[in-house]
Write a protein that binds this ligand. Structure first.
Ligand code: IMP
Ligand code: MG
Length: 172
């Protein structure tokens, strides 16, 4: 597999994002909501570097793409979302591809009456968006190829890799 982003690059960028978030939310009641499963590594690294009081929530989204890379219907489990009424919510996902996942989950979070809602993703794929908004914070713009590692999977594998790599079609 071809490595795209190494551990050091990711660590440095996540630290900068955490500083940006701390600056943005100082004095506000921040709740960070991570989208499972892909964002779990990012969330755990990110929140430990945000020098602010904050609460953590989780929401689970699965698109049941199985062995394919084409998204299908999104299944959302909201049972781990805490009360966010009147709080400032930062919704975190691993990657912004078509934007469909963040858009759908954003609607569900908005329905719970937060004071504000912004989005953060580690990776933003070039030229794939099919929704009329962009992530508020992002780590890296990446070319349109399928990537794994640092939480991102292919068929539930490779999430544990500490770096991000491009998965060749012959490895699928
Ligand atoms: P979107 O809904 O098309 O923006 O896709 C977002 C979701 O699809 C992410 O939460 C990932 O789970 C998955 N995804 C999209 N692109 C990739 C990729 O290159 N590698 C691994 N998962 C991906
Ligand atoms: Mg995912």
């Amino acid at each position: 597999m071809k490595q795209l982003l190494d551990e050091t690059e990711i660590r440095n960028r996540v630290s900068l994002l955490a500083e940006q978030i701390a600056h943005e939310y100082r004095g506000k009641p921040l709740t960070v909501i991570g989208i499972l499963t892909g964002s779990m590594i990012l969330i755990s690294d990110l929140i430990r570097r945000i020098d602010l009081p904050l609460r953590l929530g989780l929401i689970q989204a699965s698109s049941y793409r199985g062995k394919t890379v084409t998204p299908s219907k999104l299944i959302v489990n909201e049972s781990l979302v805490p009360d966010i009424a009147g709080r400032d919510v930062l919704l975190v996902d691993d990657i912004f591809d078509t934007g469909f996942t963040l858009s759908e989950i954003g609607k569900k979070v908005t329905a719970r009456n937060p004071n504000s809602l912004k989005t953060l993703v580690l990776l933003w794929k070039e030229g794939r968006s099919r929704v009329p908004f962009q992530p508020d914070f992002f780590g890296f713009r990446i070319p349109d190829s399928f990537v794994v590692g640092y939480g991102l999977d292919y068929n539930d594998e490779y999430r544990h890799l500490p770096y991000i790599a491009v998965l060749d079609e012959k490895e699928m």
